[in-house]
Design a protein around this ligand. Structure first.
Ligand SMILES: Cc1cc2nc3c(=O)[nH]c(=O)nc-3n(C[C@H](O)[C@H](O)[C@H](O)COP(=O)(O)O)c2cc1C
Length: 160
């Protein structure tokens, strides 16, 4: 059985972590994307994405290749938006809640400041579980010290 890394990334931070984890864990990377992309510049970037996260929206996703039967472990990767995980991740979790039951579930979050602790609780509540097998929080890893982040990513991978 294999490990899947299912992630959404607007500006590359989450993607960079997913790429490192996929090498360390020999895991499949599955990127999810909303059919209608969120604005990634200017005022709209924070307004529309933040509003969507606060409202608990589940935007339609482009088709993604995820066959749950192939995986015993699923790692979810998301940026923090308004102290929650990003709406495309909500769509994925809602659509796959049943097939994720009984699997080992872990998550990593990228944020600029804070909110990941709340997001993790919201994710567990949505999945109907008490806790994740492992979790990791990084501050904008594309612009933060590489060595420190790599050590955290390695430790997270070992905990899974
Ligand atoms: C709509 C929106 C809302 C955000 N809300 C938060 C927040 O509540 N807390 C925080 O620390 N960072 C917040 N951020 C910053 C991102 O979580 C952070 O930059 C993250 O590393 C981006 O990951 P990505 O490059 O994979 O998209 C927000 C960013 C966006 C676009």
């Amino acid at each position: 059985m294999k490990t899947a890394i299912v992630y959404y990334s607007m500006s590359g931070n989450v993607k960079s972590v997913a790429e490192k984890l996929s090498v360390t864990l020999n895991a499949d990377m599955i990127e999810i994307k909303p059919v209608k992309a969120f604005p990634d510049k200017g005022f709209g970037k924070f307004f529309w994405g933040g509003k969507s996260a606060v409202m608990g929206e589940t935007p339609e996703l482009e088709p993604y290749p995820f066959n749950a039967d192939q995986y015993d472990t699923v790692i979810i990767g998301s940026p923090i938006w308004a102290s929650s995980f990003a709406p495309p991740v909500r769509t994925f979790l809602c659509d796959n809640r049943d097939v994720l039951k009984g699997k080992k579930l872990a998550a990593f979050f990228c944020q600029s400041g804070n909110g990941a602790d709340k997001a993790e609780k919201k994710m567990c509540a949505l999945l109907g579980i008490d806790s994740l097998s492992a979790s990791l929080v990084l501050i904008d890893p594309l612009t933060k010290t590489q060595a420190e982040n790599d050590a955290k990513i390695e430790a997270f991978a070992e905990n899974i």
